[in-house]
Design a protein around this ligand. Structure first.
Ligand code: SAM
Length: 258
C-alpha cells in the first residue's frame, strides 16, 4: 500500500509526529525536543543504528553534489545538524568551496560548531533558521542538500519551495531520506530491527527511547519515493529523479533549478 504525500493526508493544520496526528506548530516543538534531547549523542547513535551505513549514504550524496576542485562553490545544507554533510562536501571540494549549515536546533548547531573548530574548518558557517523560511536571498547557492531532515519539517512543500528559491539557475537540490524497503525478507528484518532494536539503543546510548521511537515512526509516515518526487516537481524542480540505496532503506532524490 502506498502512502500519499504528507500534505495530502493531513488536514490544513495538522500533520504527523511519528504515528500521531498533531498540529503543524506542535510537530515542530516535538521535533525540537527530540533533537535537543539527543544532540550530544546524535553522531554516535547514527553510527550505531546504521552500522556505519549512513556514511556510505552520505558519500553517495556528496558524489552527486560533485563540488568542483578549482572554482567557487557555495553549498547550503538544510537541517544540517552537526555538520556531517557539510564537512564531507568541503573535504571533496577545492579551496573555494564554502558550506552553510542551517538548522532550527541550537543544540545540534553547537555540536556542529565544536566539531568544525576541532577540525579547524573555517569554510563552514552555522546558521539557526527554519527550512520553511530561509534567511538567504534568491539564487544564493550552487547546491542545496538535506540529509534525513525533510521528514522532520512540518511544511515540506514550503521547505522545497524555499530550497528552489535560494538555488542558482542550473543548481541542484539533493535530498537523502529514508524510503520504502522493496526487497522481500529485508522488509520484515528492517521492521523488526527498527521497532525493537533502535528504541533500546536510543534508551541505552542517548537516554531517550521515545526520541528514537519517533525517528522510526516518522520514517514509516514519510511519503514513498514516487510521491516525494511528485512534491519536488510541484515545487518547481526540473529533471526530478531518485535512486534507492541499500534495498530502498534510503533514497537519494535529485532535482534541478533550470
Ligand atoms: N542532516 C544531519 C545528518 O544527516 O546528520 C541531521 C539530520 S537530523 C535526523 C534532522 C535535523 O533536522 C535536526 O538537526 C533538526 O533540528 C532539523 N530540523 C527539524 N526541523 C527543522 C526545520 N523546520 N528547519 C531546519 N531544520 C530542522
Amino acid at each position: 500500500m502506498t502512502t500519499p504525500p504528507e500534505e495530502a493526508h493531513a488536514s490544513a493544520a495538522t500533520t504527523h509526529f511519528g504515528f500521531r496526528d498533531v498540529s503543524l506548530a506542535d510537530k515542530q516543538t516535538l521535533v525540537d525536543d527530540v533533537f535537543h534531547s539527543v544532540a550530544d549523542r546524535y553522531d554516535l547513535m547514527n553510527d550505531l543504528m546504521s552500522g556505519g551505513l549512513h556514511r556510505a549514504w552520505k558519500d553517495a550524496l556528496v558524489t552527486a553534489v560533485s563540488p568542483p576542485k578549482s572554482r567557487d562553490f557555495a553549498l547550503l545544507d538544510l537541517a544540517g545538524g552537526t555538520g556531517d554533510v557539510a564537512f564531507r562536501v568541503l573535504a571533496a571540494g577545492g579551496s573555494a568551496t564554502r558550506a552553510t549549515v542551517v538548522d532550527i536546533n541550537s543544540d545540534m548547531l553547537d555540536v556542529g560548531r565544536a566539531r568544525a573548530a576541532a577540525r579547524e574548518l573555517a569554510a563552514v558557517a552555522f546558521v539557526e533558521g527554519n527550512a520553511e523560511a530561509l534567511p538567504f536571498p534568491d539564487r544564493a547557492f550552487d547546491a542545496v542538500t538535506i540529509a534525513f531532515g525533510i521528514r522532520n519539517v512540518p511544511r515540506i512543500a514550503a521547505a522545497l519551495s524555499e530550497a528552489r528559491r535560494v538555488l542558482a539557475i542550473g543548481g541542484r537540490f539533493l535530498c537523502l531520506e529514508f524510503s520504502t524497503v522493496d526487497v522481500p525478507g529485508l522488509d520484515a528484518l528492517y521492521d523488526f530491527y527498527s521497532f525493537n532494536v533502535i528504541p533500546v539503543l536510543g534508551r541505552l546510548v542517548a537516554g531517550d527511547a521515545e526520541a528514537y521511537r519517533y525517528l522510526v515512526e516518522s520514517i514509516r509516515r514519510f511519503p514513498p519515493p514516487e510521491s516525494f518526487a511528485g512534491m519536488m516537481r510541484t515545487a518547481g524542480f526540473a529533471r526530478v529523479s531518485y535512486r534507492p540505496l541499500t534495498g530502498g532503506i534510503v533514497a537519494l532524490h535529485s532535482g534541478w533549478r533550470l
